[in-house]
Design a protein around this ligand. Structure first.
Ligand SMILES: NC(=O)C1=CN([C@@H]2O[C@H](COP(=O)(O)OP(=O)(O)OC[C@H]3O[C@@H](n4cnc5c(N)ncnc54)[C@H](OP(=O)(O)O)[C@@H]3O)[C@@H](O)[C@H]2O)C=CC1
Ligand SMILES: Nc1c(N[C@@H]2O[C@H](COP(=O)(O)O)[C@@H](O)[C@H]2O)[nH]c(=O)[nH]c1=O
Length: 306
């Protein structure tokens, strides 16, 4: 979400962030939140992304800023969406507004990574996540029960629920549903459940599986036809359905498919303290290791595909 604050005499007089898809932009919410609108004429508006200049789902924010006679605008990063790409800034400058661009630029670009990926690459921002044993397996060969064999500890699992709450969708392959019967919800964290998506090519997952419980929305074959789709086609379908980010939680086949097609942005890989000796091999990939942290005895490594 874009964030916006409006400052007058070193006091914040308004703030806002982007509403849900199709709703108000951050600048609109920030301006609406100002009680004494006459102060806007001497205020500075700070915004993480360039104000829009076109009629999309809402009218142009640059026009609103101009109409409210806000004299100074500080912008984190330019919106490289072709429809905007500097035009919002140009409009503001032409109207006599003092504009500063590129303040905390890298932080703002990282903050908007989902938005930029969605618009520039025409696909969601893709986070791969899995947990592997010290000897490189994501599951043992044989499982007696239809539930996940936990490799990571409860703190790591809670962190995963936080991550789920940060993305619009969560995706798994059919075998993961059939073998683990996962819920894929954020029940150990406060936040919204992502939309659940399962690639169920043969349509053999019955509605009795937890993935179809009422705790969250699940995209089914009636919404999206996944027949014979590979990662690239799945991305195209997700883009068409306006899904801006997805966390892919396995299994190995599904993760490997996205890796092999180079369709991923981040990989979050846990290594737990267990040994399986044999089992389902963890995906093979290469990426830039950004950092690693210990969560008790689990090790979490974050990789970027850049
Ligand atoms: N430790 C961990 O982090 C995790 C472990 N697991 C474990 O992994 C195991 C399951 O992994 P795995 O067997 O690899 O299965 P997956 O869950 O990846 O499911 C694979 C199946 O999903 C369908 N599928 C996957 N990708 C695509 C695609 N791009 N297009 C169309 N269909 C696709 C295919 O179905 P079809 O062949 O019918 O066409 C494929 O056989 C389980 O034992 C589970 O416990 C699972 C998730 C995470
Ligand atoms: N085994 C394993 C994971 N497994 C993943 O979590 C899913 C279960 O989700 P839920 O039913 O919501 O708890 C499971 O199907 C698989 O995708 N995740 C981890 O962080 N650590 C682990 O050790």
């Amino acid at each position: 979400m874009v964030g916006c604050v409006i400052v007058h005499n070193n006091s914040i007089i308004g703030e806002g962030f982007t509403s849900k898809y199709g709703g108000n932009h951050a600048e609109v919410n920030a301006i609406q939140s100002v009680k004494n609108k006459s102060l806007l004429k001497q205020a500075t508006l700070y915004v993480t992304l360039e104000p829009c200049s076109h009629y999309g789902k809402t009218p142009p924010c640059s026009d609103l800023i101009i109409a409210n006679k806000i004299p100074k605008v500080v912008i984190g990063c330019i919106d490289d969406n072709k429809l905007v790409a500097g035009k919002g800034i140009e409009k503001l400058i032409n109207a006599g507004c003092h504009v500063t661009v590129g303040v905390l630029e890298e932080a703002c670009k990282t903050h908007h990574k989902r938005f930029f990926t969605f618009h520039n690459k025409k696909r969601p921002y893709i986070i791969l996540k899995w947990a592997e044993t010290k000897d490189g397996f994501i599951a043992p060969i044989a499982k007696n029960e239809q539930k996940p064999v936990w490799i990571t500890n409860e703190y790591s699992r809670q962190l995963v629920h936080k991550w789920r709450a940060e993305e619009q969708a969560i995706l798994v392959g059919a075998n993961t549903v059939l073998q683990d019967n996962p819920s894929l919800t954020v029940r150990d964290w406060s936040g919204e459940n992502p939309v659940r998506i399962v690639i169920d090519r043969d349509q053999n997952i019955s509605k009795s599986y937890d993935i179809y419980n009422s705790e969250a929305e699940t995209i089914t074959k009636n919404d999206i036809d996944f027949t014979k789709q590979r990662a690239s086609q799945i991305c195209a379908i997700l883009f068409k359905n306006e899904i801006t980010s997805v966390i892919i939680e396995g299994g190995a086949k599904t993760l490997q498919d996205f890796i092999d097609e180079n369709l991923w942005d981040e990989a979050r890989v846990f290594t737990g303290n267990k040994l399986f000796k044999q089992g389902v091999n963890a995906p093979s990939f290469s990426g830039r290791l950004d950092h690693e942290i210990c969560i008790n005895e689990d090790v979490l490594k974050i990789y970027y595909n850049d």
